[in-house]
Design a protein around this ligand. Structure first.
Ligand SMILES: [Zn+2]
Ligand SMILES: [Zn+2]
Ligand SMILES: [Zn+2]
Length: 327
């Protein structure tokens, strides 16, 4: 397996031949009692020192990236390649096989958020990893029905994050303000795209939503790094509640979605080398993105290259606001 950089788009691509390994199917490997069916070691369990874990983290069954080795970036004429060094982990979110995170308590969701932060902090100690992604496939995209998230540490910054980092930096250079903080201010004033605002967080449908019912959740106060944000641990239950209600709203309209946490890249690595900058603490602002999966059949070429939302974000936010949620 190797990573290759497309010199035209500057995106890294994973090249891995052969079939991917299936998750164990006979008994759910994510259920308590089946820990022996998962790759070792167990990387984290929460609550700590409790015989009955709620959250459990272990290496992925079929990792896209492997922890051993050097990244060993080499040039091949105009091309660049490197080894598929990284980490790929599974976070089991709940003990119960059939429960969704949207049905969990705020305390349980807080524990999942704590696991995100703990794995991010741990993996970012490794300066081979330039970025750590935390994401979740909910609904149709889910590999097994048991509720879980995934973590992937990569020796490159994924394309979407790189775009965001670059535009956040450019905006900051121009205005000396955080793009996301300005967005928060305008959305709070206009209110048309707000789904819900709590004391410290916002859920909104972004102005240029890529798909119908896209929702972002972000802190109202500036913070570039989720796992190091002191407010994030202090107000974790508040964030958990807002995420839970956002999932409950979304699931009534679009049951299949991706969740992605966008946080600062690993600032331990030589940032200049990969084209960023010292202002990342001031210009980036962590957030969650909830991206519903389009329900329709294979899309024609044009709508693959151009995002195409079938519901305007203002109408989407109005519908989401009107849906019932548990308090
Ligand atoms: Zn299970
Ligand atoms: Zn900000
Ligand atoms: Zn983002």
């Amino acid at each position: 397996m190797e990573l290759r950089k497309d010199p035209v788009t500057r995106s890294w691509v994973v090249i891995r031949e052969g079939p991917s390994k299936a998750w164990p199917a006979e008994h759910c490997p994510l259920c308590p009692g089946n820990e022996h069916l998962t790759p070792s070691p167990t990387l984290l369990t929460l609550p700590e020192n409790s015989p009955a874990w709620q959250v459990r983290v272990f290496p992925h069954f079929d990792p896209l990236f492997r922890i051993e080795g050097e990244t060993a970036r080499v040039a091949d004429g105009i091309y660049d390649r490197m080894n598929g060094v990284g980490a790929h982990e599974v976070i089991v979110e709940l003990r119960d096989h059939d429960r969704h995170l949207s049905q969990a308590s705020d305390e349980e969701i807080s524990r999942v958020l704590e696991a995100y932060a703990r794995r991010l902090l741990d993996l970012k100690k490794d300066d081979r990893f330039k970025y750590v992604s935390v994401f979740k496939n909910a609904g149709a995209g889910q590999e097994v029905p048991h509720s879980h998230s995934q973590v992937a540490a990569t020796p490159f910054v994924p394309r979407r994050i790189l775009h965001e980092l670059r535009s956040a930096r450019d905006y900051f250079e121009l205005k000396e303000r955080c793009l996301f903080c300005d967005m928060v201010r305008q959305e709070l004033k206009e209110k048309t795209r707000l789904v819900e605002a709590t004391d410290n967080y916002l859920a909104l449908c972004p102005f240029a939503s890529r798909v119908a019912y896209e929702v972002w959740v972000l802190p109202r106060r500036h913070a570039h790094c989720f796992e190091r944000d002191p407010q994030a641990s202090r107000y974790r239950a508040e964030l958990a509640g807002l995420l839970r209600r956002s999932w409950q709203r979304l699931e009534q309209l679009v049951p299949d979605y991706h969740l992605a946490l966008h946080t600062s890249p690993n600032t331990l690595t030589a940032l200049e080398r990969i084209g960023y900058w010292k202002s990342v603490e001031d210009d980036f602002h962590w957030h969650f993105e909830l991206m519903p999966l389009p329900q329709h059949k294979p899309r024609p070429y044009l709508t693959k290259e151009v995002y195409f939302a079938t519901v305007a974000p203002e109408a989407a936010a109005a519908s989401l606001r009107s849906l019932p949620v548990d308090s």
